[in-house]
Ligand binder design. Sequence first.
Ligand code: ASP
Length: 438
Amino acid sequence: MAVKALKFGGSSLASAEQFKKVAEIVKADDTRRYVVASAPGKRSAGDIKVTDMLYECFKAARKKQDIEPYFSKIEQRYNDIISALGLNFSLDEEFEKIKFAISHHVGEDYTASRGEYLNSMILAAYLGYDFIDAENGIFFKENGTFDSEHTNDVLSEILKEHERAVIPGFYGSMPNGTIKTFSRGGSDITGSIVARAADAEVYENWTDVSGMLMADPRVVNNPKVINVITYSELRELSYMGATVLHDEAIFPVREARIPINIRNTNAPEEHGTMIVPFADKPNENIITGVAGKVGFSIINIDKSMMNSEVGFGKKVLKVIENHDVCFEHLPSGIDTMSVVVSTSEIDAIREDIVNEMFRKTKADFINIEDGLALVAVVGRSMVQQVGTAGRVFTALGNAGINIKMIDQGSSELSIIVGVKEEDYAKTLNAIYTEFVKD
Ligand code: ASP
């Protein structure tokens, strides 16, 4: 039987009203059989997520304070949902067990995980689906990393025993049975793990936006939704800060070549964004998206006759490595080499780096320039299209923007330009309007 795996984020399950929308979506398609749930998120801008309330509760217990005032607010959130849905169902026993555990100093991860655990129990009761506890099917290794193969073996067997089920997101168990969570936003990862274990035809990730946007809406006015994006393009854009999904969520489904569909719980009629292993159609705008980040520095190293000095680059990178700094780009000229790094990584050690670099490379001149923004123009269709780079540079030239650095990966999936931070917004807008016509 065909199967789809779904994940609903915190805002999609923040209130009874949202639960009703979720149930309508699930019931609209018989193949929507496995549902991963987040903890209740914010109902409005000033609201607090249940996960954050649980972390507060844990802190209070650690300080040996009475947790009742904290926990009763959490109980209230769930009880409000249960009663507004008219469910003949109570979590009172669970609340008692959890309160006891928290006040007896059970771990922080266990405490935080109860947000999804309780919400999934309600959703399972409301949908009439089975409840599968993630602690029995999602595993971490002794060193705390996710154990993908053991998980996939066990979870796929568990799913076979349940035709329809709700699985809490965000956590699994350690080899000794204690609960461990993924990093924040980790229910996206659980959804992907479940999709792989179920061999789903698609992983539908339901959230509160209608897909991934071509540019940051805080910088570019009303950017279009990306209809189709490949996993590799997504990696490039999310590395530059354009996120719609937890970074690690793509790995399980990518391995199984299952597409991800980002959908909006509040606008289910919209198709959202499809994230696919390979796209057969070129992109109508040539570029798929544009994203960027501020806060970079360039370390410039000049040395005459650098071009004929074998091993020069190695010496430069060794100094960077000695200081445990990751480098982003390495543009070079005949007698110059530059290393682009995040300013926050070098701020406290910049003098040490420059001094060691002088000693090791015998350079003529070294300086560090701050205030650089990096902007990535990403698109699988740029490979087939002559002149894309030309269009990027012309658009920036026409907008009066000085390009400080250019890098194009050999895959031709992205062109990266470095500009001054004050030109960041102008750069994104100039590129977006060059490629996207209304
Ligand atoms: N509830 C967790 C968080 O707020 C996990 C999730 O929603 O994905 O980070």
